[in-house]
Structure formats: C-alpha cells, structure tokens
Design a protein around this ligand. Structure first.
Ligand code: SF4
Ligand code: SF4
Length: 177
C-alpha cells in the first residue's frame, strides 16, 4: 500500500518477536533495533531527550552547555534540548554524531510502539512514519495479542488523561502479556 504522500508500507517484522524484544529494551535489557533507513523524524521533532545520571558515556559526549536540569526529576537528571528548527543539536549532516554513545532514551526509542498500540504519535513527522509500519503474524494467537495491546489503550487513557501518546503507547506495550 502507498500513503497519501506516495510512501510505501514498511515491514515492521513479526509482531510477537518485536513485542518480546521491545519489552526487554524497555526493561533495560538491550536496545531497540529499528530499521530507520535514513529517517531522522525522532531527532528532528522538537523532542527533549531525558538523560539519567548513570549515563556517563552519553554525558561525556554531549557538551555541557547543551544539557539542562530535567524539570520535576531528581537532581542529576538532565535534558538535551533542540535547536530553533526542532533538531537535536547532536544531529549533524542528517546523522547522529554520537551514535555509539547516544542516550538510553534514543537507544530504546522505537516508533513501532504507535502502530502496536493503535494510536498516532503526537509529532506529525513521527506519526507519518509510524503509520507506514505493518506487522506480520506467525499465528492467529499473535493477532489476538496485538488486539489486546490496542485494547489496553482505552483504559490507560482513562487512568492517565495527561499522558503523551508516547507514554500511553509505551505503557501499553510494556505491560502486554
Ligand atoms: S521515527 Fe521511527 S523510523 Fe524514524 S528515526 Fe525515529 S524510530 Fe527511526
Ligand atoms: S542524540 Fe542522536 S539519536 Fe538522540 S535525538 Fe540526538 S541525534 Fe537523535
């Protein structure tokens, strides 16, 4: 299928395999493995990157002048902001200049959480990209598993009415069985 901008569907992989890997990444075991294929939407969408105090490698590779105390978080938690175009300042010539040292938030980001949860990202460029993913299902039970993740969004919205789309999608994926 092709979207309104002429962009084709993207293979998101087998849903259950992806879900298992994504849940492991969200629980601190490994990173996400998104076939971004040149897309930089999440580095150019006016997003703050939260960095925790234990991320010494990332912190050592980001100029201190680009880091600010993270609001409503304990001392030592910082955010990496964005420039007046909404681009992360570590994005240089369309590539992450600290890729091997990038923050945990970047390592675990995967825009397939949105189609997994059946909702759109708040950021238009990420939403456009995320709408193109198509999961495959090895067995009918995997379809049911995906429906359960989508179904969880309704009650999550009721309980967390100020949550961002990312927070809702991550919660739905993280808590899926
Ligand atoms: S929006 Fe998705 S595909 Fe694009 S850079 Fe971010 S994670 Fe990769
Ligand atoms: S640190 Fe790198 S991966 Fe993370 S938002 Fe910036 S450019 Fe993108």
């Amino acid at each position: 299928m092709v979207d309104a901008d002429g962009h084709a569907d993207l293979d998101a992989g087998d849903f259950s395999t992806w879900l298992t890997g994504m849940q492991a990444a969200l629980h601190g075991n490994g990173g996400s493995d998104v076939p971004c294929d040149g897309c930089t939407a999440c580095c150019t969408s006016s997003q703050f990157v939260f960095i925790e105090p234990d991320e010494s490698d990332a912190l050592a590779h980001i100029p201190a002048a680009l880091l600010f105390p993270a609001p409503r978080r304990p001392r030592g938690h910082v955010v990496l902001g964005y420039d007046d175009r909404g681009h992360c300042p570590m994005l240089v010539d369309g590539r992450c200049s600290i890729y091997e040292h990038r923050p945990r938030a970047c390592r675990t980001y995967d825009c397939r959480v949105f189609p997994a949860a059946g909702i759109d990202a708040d950021q238009p460029a990420i939403a456009r990209r995320a709408r193109r993913w198509r999961f495959t299902y090895a067995a009918p039970a995997d379809h049911d598993r995906h429906e359960a993740v989508r179904g969880a969004i309704v009650s999550l919205r009721e309980r967390h009415d100020h949550a961002t789309a990312t927070e809702l999608a991550v919660r739905a994926v993280s808590s899926a069985s």
